[in-house]
Ligand binder design. Structure first.
Ligand code: PRP
Ligand code: MN
Ligand code: MG
Length: 181
């Protein structure tokens, strides 16, 4: 693939500041109440791994897979559940973990899906949010930071499945036109 030019956008030290604050807020709000933490594959897995190690309450983990189509267009694309939740979450307190909320489509779909399941509560934690791109309004209960509309990779975020392993968040210098490298 063609190598894209990357510029450092959120360094490790800043990510750690967000992690500490988010964990503090979640620990404060839930105290010792057990929590079911649900990560949205694949992007959230690095952030989720770092965040859960800062949580003090009993935590159960699960994952859902979601794929959205048409997210790079202005239209509201469709979201498909590629990996459903294989557990009963009735009466549980749920914390959904996302790396980034962009159009809001993915997380709106997931929150609707979860709220049908007689949970006690559903909260959303996202490391990043791009409010300028929002199509579906979303309330983010725990947010790391708002970012401008740049194409970001690293720390779980990908471009065509690449760059997820980078330990910090980088901006692609040119917004890629194509979906594939
Ligand atoms: C990315 C990101 C969020 C979603 C946000 O996932 O991880 O889940 O897009 O975009 P939205 O708010 O416009 O829906 P993606 O669909 O790229 O899958 P991935 O997590 O496997 O990279
Ligand atoms: Mn994702
Ligand atoms: Mg992606």
């Amino acid at each position: 693939m063609n190598r894209m030019k990357l510029s450092l956008f959120i360094p490790k030290t800043e990510i750690e500041v967000y992690l500490e604050r988010l964990a503090y807020e979640i620990n404060r709000d839930f105290k010792d109440r057990p929590l079911v933490v649900i990560g949205v594959l694949k992007g959230s897995f690095v952030f989720m791994a770092d965040l859960i190690r800062r949580l003090n309450m009993p935590v159960e983990l699960d994952f859902v897979g979601l794929a959205s189509y048409g997210k790079n267009t202005q239209s509201c694309g469709k979201v498909h559940l590629t990996r459903p939740l294989n557990r009963d979450i009735a009466e549980k307190d749920i914390l959904v973990i996302e790396d980034i909320v962009d159009s809001g489509l993915t997380v709106s779909y997931l929150l609707k899906y979860l709220k049908k399941r007689r949970t006690n509560s559903v909260k959303l934690c996202a490391l990043l949010s791009k409010p300028s791109r929002r199509v579906c309004p979303v309330e983010i209960d725990y947010l790391g930071c708002e970012v401008e509309d740049k194409f970001l990779v690293g720390y779980g975020l990908d471009w065509a499945e690449c760059y997820r392993q980078l330990p910090e968040i980088f901006a692609l210098e040119e917004k890629p036109d194509a979906d594939k490298p």
